[in-house]
Write a protein that binds this ligand. Sequence first.
Ligand code: C2E
Ligand code: MG
Ligand code: MG
Length: 642
Amino acid sequence: MELIAIEIICLVITVATLVMMTRTSFTVDGTRITPFIRSYIAFIIYLSSAIIIHLQGAQVIALMPALLKTLFFLHIFVIPVFIIIWFSDTERRILQSTTKRSILITQIVLVAFFVAASLIDIPRSHLFVFNGAGVWEGGNGVWLMLALSTVLTLISYGSFLLFRVMLTRFNLFGLLVTSITVITSLFFYAFFAHPYLFSTVGTSILLFSFLEWQRRELTLDPLTKIPNYTSCRNRLRQLTFHMRENTIFMIDIENFRLINDRYGTAIGDRVLAAFAASLSSLGGNTLAYRLFSNRFAIVSKRLSHPEIVRIVNTIRAKAAQGWKFDEHHISIHLQFAIVETPLGSNTPEEVIESLEFTMAQIKEQRKLSAIIFNQRLVLIRRRRLEILSSLRDAINDESKVMVHYQPIIDCSDKRIVAAEALMRLADPHLGMIGPSEFIPAAEHTGLIRELTAIMLRKVCTMLAAHPAMNLSHITINISGADMVSPEMGSRLLSIILESGVDPSKIVFEVTESMLLGSAAQILKNWKLFTEQGVRFMLDDFGTGYANIESLVTLPFEIVKLDRCVINNEANDYQLLALITSMLKRLGKLMVAEGVKNRTQLEVAVRHGVHYIQGYYFSKPVEEDQLIQWLDHSMCIVGQDQD
Ligand code: C2E
Ligand code: MG
Ligand code: MG
């Protein structure tokens, strides 16, 4: 009777778990997802038949011998079937469909053999021996079932081991424990003819499967109810492992911050939820994810380019049409970064990095709102990574940081009056790298501070080594990050003072964009330097920012006109005329940068520019060349560059 009681308890637990499972099922692409439901049904058949057989054994009920025998066979056959179904439900998301199908077919064929052999054997009763009342009395059939179930379990666990990269160690360990317990419980069944252990093991397995299913909540985004970043990463792990051909979209809601600021976060949340819903209803084998904040992803099987365009247009149309919330009609602007897999090393990290890189390109270029990651971008990305590693090397090995000097010529006597120190990186593999390639990366990573310190040290060493050099000053470019940092001010100043160089020989070039940073700290550093005699020059004047206020509030002695000013010939150099007349009024010294030919030189002189820097006189040169020119007090003969 205890056996029947245990089996009834197991049946109640199993049915209750099944009900809970169906209640928490959800829909993806119109399909209701209720995993393990087939396993539950198989196990309920097993338990029900066991209870009836054991009730008959306890003489609580009386069944016809033929019915009892049928129930017994059902009871025995459903055990290997349950094992196959449970493992295949677990494998569903893990194994590639062809692998899964071949494993399943092998297992079904084995079970079919077992069923056929058992049925054929009925008249001879070698496998299953029954008495006249239809009660099972022995035979090797149960041992055969045990052997078969063991083989099925080993096949399934083996396939998990083969694809272990898709599983966490915890999952793999859990599956191992499950497999061992199933086999042990069946061994008890065959050896002691007591099936209660298998009933409890089966119920526990299903209960754990249910708990695992509940954990899926962790991979759902709570706001939008679509899978989250973790889930997307897991999916990418599977796809890249199988070298699947996919198209992956990263979508950014460009104006989301504005929406939040204007309508409040509650409406912002509703926009996200509505957008997520529209993404997940795209259909056609696509799965939508919310990566974080206003960033989403769609994973699809590989699409042709017209199909990509169609999907982008469909999403865009929905976004432009917008939604109405509390009388506010809100539409969104989207940016799409698209990656086609498999990629080079084809890891999930590479896919995500490529998506992010493509998105960064969209934001940087501000021209296109949808870009497909392609070979050209692969090269740009590779070059950027190489430059970044070269940059890190240079910080550790200062000899790789090279200083070139571009002479600045006094218009009155055409002699070199100063020079601008310009940084280059000498990389053993990439050759000489120009600053426009590495300065943005250095600023982005914060490495610029180290580079500025190295540059200043090198320039001071050069000045200290040539005290008699006939040069008014050397200019050095410094970045916003240098000026806003409290410790950088004193660090740079101590480099100058320790070198023994007269601080007035150093002029820092700063740009207007840089002055947009934290004003208080910039002014502190400014004071620190100017008190010691270091001067500042406003660089690239006439480009974009034109925060003319800084010309008045900050005491720049010298202003350097950007080369776009001298290169703008429109209306007989009207831009140059305007800028120079204003600077003259303010009493500033002017340097014209980027002078390429004699005409530009003459125009600059005519407009009262004091100093000239440009390829007409010289490109940036190495230190030795500059020293040689200065030692011989040479006038450089200009040469037209176009
Ligand atoms: P910048 O400070 O405006 O420097 C002038 C740039 O214009 C230099 O390019 C120079 O070679 C170039 N140039 C001068 N005359 C001509 C000309 O006639 N024609 C043409 N086509 N170009 C001319 P470079 O050396 O490539 O430097 C580019 C920028 O990189 C610099 O612009 C500066 O913003 C930055 N940079 C260079 N060195 C450093 C550094 O040590 N620290 C920081 N923070 N930035 C630096
Ligand atoms: Mg400069
Ligand atoms: Mg400049």
